[in-house]
Design a binder for this molecule. Sequence first.
Ligand SMILES: [Zn+2]
Length: 364
Amino acid sequence: MMEPMSVHPPLGHGEVLQGLWDAARSDRLPHALILRGPEGVGKYHAARWLALGLLCDAGPGEPCLTCGPCRRVQADSHPDLFLVDPRAAGQDRMTIHFIVTRENRPKSAYSGPSIENFLRLRADEGGWRIVCLRDVDSMNVNAQNAFLKALEEPGKNTLLLLTSARPDALLETIQSRTVSVDFARLTQSDTLRILERDADMPGLEEPSEREMLARWSLGAPGKAIKLAESGGVPMRALIVDLVAGRLVPEEAGPAFWELDGEFPGKTPAAQRRTRASALMDLALEWLLDGRRHAARVPLEDLAHGGVLDQLTEISAGELESCMDCLLQARQDVSLNLSPEILTERVLRALADLSGRSSAATRRP
Ligand SMILES: [Zn+2]
């Protein structure tokens, strides 16, 4: 199912988009762009908005939102716009089946139209033919090689709009055939404005919750929303409480497995692995911020800047060994070892920091 398109222009990226529409007006727009920038800053929304402004009857420029093409794009029924969004199609990555149509494919694979199908057709409305691809770094080498063909032989008036937070994961041959456009983090106030639109969402209802998440996401509203949905807030509170000694691992374990939150995975076992990995990633991120703070990075530049007090008494060596333990567990969980046992190990390692922290405070 397609995500309905937001009716709001992408906040914080207006100038970049205007520059691209100007380029299109003077026939200087490259046929393949890669919109890159941190996760959650609105790259994919911007790609769709850019397409909207190119297909608009009054375009290229800020879309009017009322003409026929604008309405068709918003209803996801414009014949010259093709959206490749694996997440919306229920897939966890951009497999080769999104790129080319194969007769033989696994039952669980994506089975909708492919880029190859779409590009074979002529422009229905006589203008641009646009493909928006979300998170292209989720393609494996096979899919990337198949995609290269589309990049090498673009049809007339074809525009490929790629988005990625990790463009370095792409083949050199893809990187060299696309023009990069950088998308920056949003200001705190733009981030808050976007979060206010979702103020009916659990976890975003209170202004203090929105402010906390705007800070945590460092100007990436998409990430803030994901954190609210995936139980990031109570999970971080649990980690902090463990290290503060307010919670023991025996209590933290059951509380952790009962936390509300969506953890992707096709089977319950896979979902438990995703949940365990989320805990490990979050704890690692927090400890890393503790280390950055010790290295005098200003608190306002750190995602977890508001909750680092518990780490200031812990020595660099203790932090290191806890992080080693977490990294090892993170690796083991991807090797399919029991997420329950690994989680227990991680919770203990975090609680051990608490013992050391209080011992350190007791010293004169
Ligand atoms: Zn229009």
